[in-house]
Design a protein. Structure first.
Length: 706
């Protein structure tokens, strides 16, 4: 009997009963299979010694025990006192004499130091949260097979507020969510705490995310009602040990909708008092509540302009209510209205004049580009243009415009392109990164937000590779000098395998994936040519939207003379919103790199680009290159998937096939349509569209997710 039991145990070990379904994200902690490395790690790690009794230190203890036991294949326990091979974790204060001399001042409130001394590994920081971040970093070193014999490293986040924005509704649908329903099961909260909430917090803490906005920016006023505050508080309790604060999107008209007031005018004393009372109430539920995210006077949302007041008036009213508790307001600059001649310009026009008028605890949250999370956008002209206001940057992880959760797109090259772009606000080197980390103007409030791509799908993000974008946002928010290559490398090693026969080709595939997508969707600076409403698939011909700037034809402006949006002085002159040095790169047809061309110029079809091709030929070639790029991804995956588990290998394979089909659809539909203006043949090597233009125009997707 005993023998069979042992056999069974062995079997269970080799073939885990739960499949490799992606749930564990990058925190898998499987047994290290490299025998020499395992031996080395076992020699250096014999047990743990944790000082501190807080919930955060308990989380650190749990994580270390589970992870080390899993990776080393032997039980790692707490030791009564440190010895050789002990992993010691605790704050500098708690460790006292155990900590060798050395400064922790550079690690701030959330950073950490890891060092080896007398054969022990010490993980420390000024706070428990810092120690926890250090623990996760140490585990990352092991998971990625790094040497740990002589460690001495310090790390602190470059940006203070590192936040996920969930566009989740109270009925669990998600605005632009493609990975199932909301992970917040509002109905069962606060009584039922899904294990996922803890795993969500662990994952975020491991990459340094320290805040989460629970609800959609198109907010429901009920989110601020006592019943929902109680639920939000239950989540905050789960997240707190992991150093993660809860924020809420506030609906500006809540005083009317749930407060029974006649107005939401920010200058009205009753309204101001309502918000003060509301904030006080929120802090009674959530003592470390982070603050509000607000979308106002945008896409039909209420805001201060309804009462003839400015964005600053609105933001400051909320900021005053939050200030006593050290809460912040993240006021979004994503605004546009029907009257603006070029949507590109509106946020700058509305916000720049308000620079200097916001309270200290307000950050203006600006999307990476001026239109709306398109596959490629120039950096938003507000970056560098509001020196007296902290600006946060907002990226979109959920792939509203990047193939939903069916396309493999690794976003860090896109993030980096924006972060490293030079605004020249204070001369050369005034990068967007330096604007948002506060260093350019000396702001202590600094932030970065990612619109979450997380849902209740078993693997969290729908596409197994969507996890990489979540991971990358956290890592970059902590340290934006990390390259896309480094981040992909560590993510792949933790999420799949350390086998370089897998890691290297898949990394190359990830690094090329964003450019591929830009090519098969919106090459050469095209933008906003997707399906109406749901944004699924190509629809460059669409012109029936209620507002001009909801129509693709407004953005590409194709006609017999050429294609592209003239934003130079002869057109909308949006370029004037950039500093002269930044503007210069895009200002003339000659100076403008091909990849940005149609963002700023209306270009004749037969104009010769830097590539040497005519515009029409280059457009065709880019579309085709995008499709071929996806074909290459499929081929790569087929070759390397033998190195990973069958379940995820199969998922990715199927998704890549869908991506290939859809990339072909984008190419064919767009070229068939644009050819009606260019009136030129497809160059050699570009396949004729599979169907007629009419066929593509007639495709309808009323039930596509959105
Ligand atoms: C757009 C989305 C819309 C969002 C809006 C926003 O299409 O669903 O509500 O952004 O950021 O990209 O507020």
């Amino acid at each position: 009997m005993r023998k069979y039991f042992l056999l069974l145990l062995l079997f269970v070990n080799l073939h885990p009963l739960h499949a490799e379904d992606g749930y564990r994200l990058w925190l898998r902690y499987d047994l290290i299979t490299d025998a020499a490395l395992l031996q080395d790690y076992r020699t250096h790690i014999s047990g743990i010694y944790i000082t501190g009794e807080s919930a955060t230190m308990a989380a650190a203890r749990r994580e270390l025990t589970t992870a080390l036991t899993g990776m080393l294949g032997k039980t790692i326990q707490e030791q009564p006192k440190p010895q050789g091979g002990t992993v010691i974790a605790g704050t500098a204060t708690a460790l006292g004499p155990l900590l060798p001399k050395g400064s922790l001042s550079a690690t701030g409130e959330e950073g950490f130091r890891i060092l080896t001394t007398a054969g022990r590994t010490i993980i420390t920081g000024n706070t428990d949260a810092g120690v926890l971040h250090g623990v996760f970093h140490f585990l990352r070193l092991l998971q990625t097979h790094q040497p740990i014999q002589t460690l001495d490293l310090s790390s602190a986040p470059g940006i203070r507020y590192r936040i996920l924005d969930h566009w989740d509704n109270l009925n669990r649908t998600i605005e632009r969510g493609y990975a199932g329903f909301s992970i917040w099961d509002w109905h069962k909260l606060p009584g039922y705490l899904d294990r996922r909430y803890t795993d969500y917090a662990r994952a975020n803490a491991s990459i340094g995310i320290n805040g989460t906005v629970l609800n959609n920016v198109n907010a429901n006023a009920l989110s601020l009602s006592p019943a929902y505050l109680e639920k939000a508080a239950a989540l905050a309790n789960v997240f707190r040990p992991y150093g993660i604060k809860v924020y809420l999107s506030a609906r500006f008209s809540a005083p009317i909708e749930t407060g029974g007031l006649k107005t939401a005018d920010p200058q009205d004393p009753q309204v101001q008092q309502w918000w003060k009372d509301k904030v006080k109430e929120i802090y009674s539920y959530i003592p470390d509540f982070g603050g509000f995210l607000v979308k106002a006077n945008s896409e039909g949302q209420p805001g201060p302009q309804n009462y003839g007041r400015s964005h600053a008036d609105g933001a400051n009213m909320l900021a005053d209510a939050l200030a006593p508790y050290k809460g912040i307001v993240m006021w979004r600059a994503f605004v546009y209205s029907n009257t603006n001649e070029d949507r590109f310009k509106q946020a700058y026009d509305e916000f720049k004049p308000l620079d200097g008028q916001f309270r200290d605890n307000v950050a203006v949250q600006v999307k990476n580009g001026p239109i709306d999370f398109q596959p490629r956008e120039p950096f938003h002209p507000l970056f560098g243009a509001m020196p007296r206001t902290p600006l946060m940057i907002e990226f979109q992880l959920t792939q509203e415009y990047q193939g939903f959760a069916t396309h493999l797109v690794y976003m860090p090259p896109q993030f980096r392109e924006v972060l490293m772009a030079d605004t020249y606000a204070k001369g050369k080197g005034s990068t967007v990164a330096k604007v948002i980390d506060g260093s350019l103007e000396g702001h202590s409030l600094s932030g970065i937000a990612g619109v979450a791509n997380i849902g209740n799908d078993r693997n969290w993000t729908g596409h197994p590779f969507g996890q990489a974008n979540w991971y990358a946002l956290g890592r970059l928010a902590w340290d934006y000098t990390l390259t896309p290559d480094q981040i992909a490398d560590e993510w792949l090693r933790q999420t799949f395998t350390n086998d370089t026969r897998f890691v290297n080709p898949v990394k190359a595939m990830m690094l090329a994936s964003h450019e591929n997508l830009v090519n098969y969707m919106t090459p050469l600076g095209l933008h906003h040519i997707m399906g109406y409403g749901h944004h699924y698939g190509p629809a460059p011909w669409f012109d029936k939207g209620a507002r001009a700037d909801w129509n693709p034809v407004y953005f590409h402006r194709a006609d017999s003379a050429g294609i592209g949006f003239d934003r130079t002085a002869t057109g909308s002159n949006a370029l004037a919103q950039y500093t002269p040095e930044a503007r210069r790169q895009w200002a003339t047809l000659d100076s403008c790199p091909d990849i940005w061309l149609l963002w700023f110029h209306h270009v004749p079809w037969n104009y010769t680009l830097h590539s040497g091709n005519t515009l029409w030929n280059e457009l065709c070639k880019r579309y085709e290159a995008g499709v071929q790029g996806v074909q290459t991804m499929c081929n790569t995956w087929d070759k390397v998937s033998q190195f990973v588990d069958e379940e995820r290998a199969e998922q990715v394979k199927m998704l890549l096939q869908i991506q290939l089909t859809e990339a072909g659809w984008w190419r064919d539909a767009c070229l068939a349509y644009f050819q009606t203006f260019a009136k030129m043949p497809l160059p050699a090597g570009i396949p004729a569209p599979a169907h007629t233009l009419e066929y593509y125009k007639e495709l309808q997707f009323p039930l596509a997710p959105h």
